[in-house]
Design a protein around this ligand. Sequence first.
Ligand code: RFL
Ligand code: PHB
Length: 396
Amino acid sequence: MRTQVAIIGAGPSGLLLGQLLHKAGIDNIVIERQTGEYVLGRIRAGILEQITTDLLREAGVGQRLDAEGTVHHSIELVFAGTRHAIDVHGLTGGSVVTAYGQTEMTRDLMEARSAANLPTIYEAANVEVLDYDSNNPRVRYQKDGQTHEIACDFIAGCDGFHGVCRASVPKGAITEFEKVYPFGWLGVLADVPPVSPHAIVYANSERGFALCSMRSLTRSRYYVQCPLDDKVEDWSDQRFWDELRLRLDPEMASRVITGPTIEKSIAPLRSFVAEPMRFGRMFLAGDAAHIVPPTGAKGLNLAASDVKYLSGAFIEYYRDKTSAGIDSYSERCLRRVWKAERFSWWLTTLMHRFPDTAGFGQKIQEAELDYVVNSEAMSRSLAENYVGLPLNFGER
Ligand code: RFL
Ligand code: PHB
């Protein structure tokens, strides 16, 4: 088999890249370790920046997003038992974010891919990326007991944090930066109306962080900070709802509508960046190259902006016969990635209880929260990062 771009991973990065390349007439094959159902079963992100929603429209998969996504003009911060609105729309001159589940976005991309009859190999075992330092890279995998090989011009490593692409790079050729946080998030999905259909609510309380988000007007997504060694079984639905209410301000707590949960999981929080993001003819994109703690809602959006740069670079290569975009890919991505890393780390630090921060650290956090909501400059800084910095931010 031969293709122009072999894409490893059928998560949002891989599927979006495949769709954008297809629209530009560039052949691609997606190779995924899991089944399609398994990929769709992972409940993850929900908040999309305008750059991401624009890109989905460009890829031809914006119809359901436009019909069913919920546009948010503001977010709310809760601390010391009081709520403060941050008018993201007003502070950024009109930008918004949209609540639309990663699962829905992935489903739209999968459907577009099968409608266009594009090749996707699910349940590919033992995927290997070979000779990406040469002009003839190959991907080898096993399926139904047989070994297959795909020859290609380029490999796109869209295979997430635990993928094979980054892991295949010799240790000396890659630098990794990492910060692990001393707590996790317990996330819950429930078919109940959200506590607020207009805003996403981030709460700092003495019992720890809580977040109220949504997938639709009838489906809510909530999170609470929890110890890293907690197990999902430790958290009955009742315990979760009680804890969530205790972390919100009393008026909002009284508006939480409870019901049976349809998904419950615990995720660790991590900041991670691998540099560079290009190794010869192999390019990393999305979680394969970087992870942010979910507090800033940046992970999926960064994956989308990597894909924007990468699809643009491949299109320039084939159409205009220039490798300028390919050569600057890693540097352009990392510049944006580190801004989002900084923002996600900052918001995580601002909103969570840290086990070792008492006294002075606690007072500084309270002062900073007060400053963020009462200084227009700080509110604006929060807002412009939350909606996503422009793709060409800082470029001359
Ligand atoms: P994915 O989604 O991990 O997809 C990678 C795919 O590669 C496959 N794979 C392989 N395939 C072949 N061979 C191998 N050896 C392979 N190894 C792996 C995997 O099976 C998988 O299908 O990475 P991608 O596409 O880069 O997408 C990244 C996003 O999934 C991630 O950044 C977001 O979910 C992060 N995130 C959020 N991001 C946002 O922008 N806004 C949010 O509101 C938000 N909330 C969240 C989040 C992540 C969370 N968790 C659980 C990590 C909330 C949570 C709780
Ligand atoms: C979500 O809706 O899952 C969500 C919202 C905001 C975040 C993280 C996750 O910061």
